[in-house]
Design a protein around this ligand. Structure first.
Ligand code: RFL
Ligand code: PHB
Length: 401
């Protein structure tokens, strides 16, 4: 097999890249280790930045999102028994966010790729990157677990295979600088069958730990509570989860509505950056190159920003043999990534209870929240980061899917 761009991973990064390349007449093949049902059913992100929403719309894959997603103009920060609204729309000159689940974005992108006869292979195994320094890098894989090894020869490989995939490891350790921070926090996330509790997301700093109330639809809500990252979900009965949520978010005149929990799990948190996102003709994008804690709602949005730069660089290369943008890919993406890292780290440390800290640090957190909710300058800073900083590189797409 031969293609122009071999893409490993059908997450948001891999699918969106393949879609953007297609719109510019560039061929790609996606290899995904999980099944279509599995990737279309995995619950993860919920918040899309204004720029991600604009990109999905301008490339013809935003129709269902505009119908079924929920536009939010702001968020609420809760601390010291009070709620304070941050109005994104007013503070950023008209920008908003969209609450639309990641697996719905995945469904829309898979449908668009398959409708355009795009090549997406699910359930592949033994994916192996070869000769990535050459002008004909190759990906080996098996279509069936016991089947023969196949090979795709490409001009470029895009490693969009998430934090645990093989792409990053294919870059020699001596040219890969990895920086990370592990947090002593985990998130227990639930999907619950209840009506929405509030028109906007509520981020709560509480002495018992952080809590976040988000939404999915008029019937299903998504909530999170801070727990020990090593805790076992078996220790958390539905009753215990609701009791803890009530303790952290209820106010005198406002009581959270509970209902049946239909899904629950615990995830740990880290910040991670791999510096160089390119080696030879391998480009890393999304979680394969960087991880942020979810408090800033940035991971999927960063993946979308990376592939926007990569698609434009590849398009310039195929159109005019111009390699400048590809050569600057790492540098351009990393500037945005470090700013998203800073914001995610700041939101995380401001909102979570750190048991290793003293009451001094807790009071600093409360002062920070008091400042953010009382100074317009500080509120604008939160708002412009949350809705998404401007893209350095933009492309106007002509839709032909
Ligand atoms: P993904 O989504 O991990 O996709 C990688 C794909 O590669 C496949 N793969 C392989 N395929 C072939 N061969 C192999 N050897 C392979 N190894 C792996 C995997 O099966 C998978 O399908 O990475 P990508 O595309 O970079 O997308 C990143 C996002 O998924 C991630 O950053 C977000 O989910 C983060 N995130 C959020 N981001 C936001 O922008 N807004 C949010 O509101 C938000 N909330 C969240 C989040 C992440 C969370 N968790 C679960 C950590 C909330 C949570 C709780
Ligand atoms: C979600 O709805 O899943 C969600 C919302 C905000 C975050 C993270 C996740 O910061």
């Amino acid at each position: 097999m031969r293609t122009q761009v071999g893409i490993i991973g059908a997450g948001p990064a891999g699918l969106l890249l393949s879609h953007l390349l297609h719109l510019q007449g560039i061929e790609s093949i996606i290899l995904e280790s999980r099944s279509r049902e599995d990737i279309e059913g995995t619950i993860r992100a919920g918040v899309l930045e204004q720029g991600t929403v604009d990109l999905l719309n301008s490339t013809g894959v935003g129709e269902r999102m505009m119908r079924e997603g929920h536009v939010h103009d702001g968020i609420e920060l809760q601390f010291n028994g009070k709620r304070h609204r941050i109005d994104f729309h007013e503070l950023t000159g008209g920008k908003r966010i969209m609450v639309y689940a990641q697996h719905e974005v995945i469904k829309d992108l898979v449908a668009a790729r398959l409708h355009a006869a795009g090549q997406v292979y699910f359930n592949v195994s033994d994916v192996n990157l070869r000769q990535i320094e050459s002008t004909t890098p190759k990906i080996q894989f098996r279509l069936e677990p016991e089947g023969e090894l196949q090979e795709i020869e490409c001009d470029f490989i895009a490693g969009c295979d998430g934090f645990h995939g093989p792409s990053r490891q294919a870059i020699p350790a001596n040219v890969r600088i990895e920086k990370q921070k592990i947090y002593p926090f985990g998130w227990l996330g639930i999907l619950a069958k209840t009506p929405p509790v509030n028109p906007e997301l509520i981020y709560a700093n509480h002495e018992r730990g952080f809590a976040l109330l988000s939404t999915r639809s008029p019937e299903i809500q998504r909530h999170y509570i801070q727990v020990d990252p090593k805790d076992d979900i078996k220790n958390w009965s539905d009753d215990r989860i609701w009791t803890e949520l009530h303790a952290r978010v209820d106010l005198d005149d406002w009581i959270l509505k509970d209902g049946p929990i239909i899904q629950k799990n615990i995830v740990s948190m880290r910040s991670f950056v791999c510096e160089t996102m390119r080696y030879g003709n391998l480009f890393l994008a999304g979680d394969a190159a960087h991880i942020v804690p979810p408090t800033g709602a940035k991971g999927l949005n960063l993946a979308a920003a990376d592939v926007q730069v990569l698609a434009r660089g590849l398009s310039e290369y195929y159109r005019s043999s111009e390699e400048d943008l590809l050569n600057r890919y790492s540098e351009i993406c990393l500037r945005r990534i470090w700013k998203a890292q800073r914001f995610s780290y700041w939101m995380t440390t401001m909102l979570h209870r750190n048991l290793e800290h003293s009451s001094f640090e807790y009071n600093i957190q409360l002062a920070e929240l008091d400042y953010v909710t009382s100074s317009q300058a500080a509120a604008i800073s939160l708002a412009e980061n949350y809705v998404g900083l401007p893209m350095e590189i933009q492309t106007n797409y002509s839709i032909k899917i």
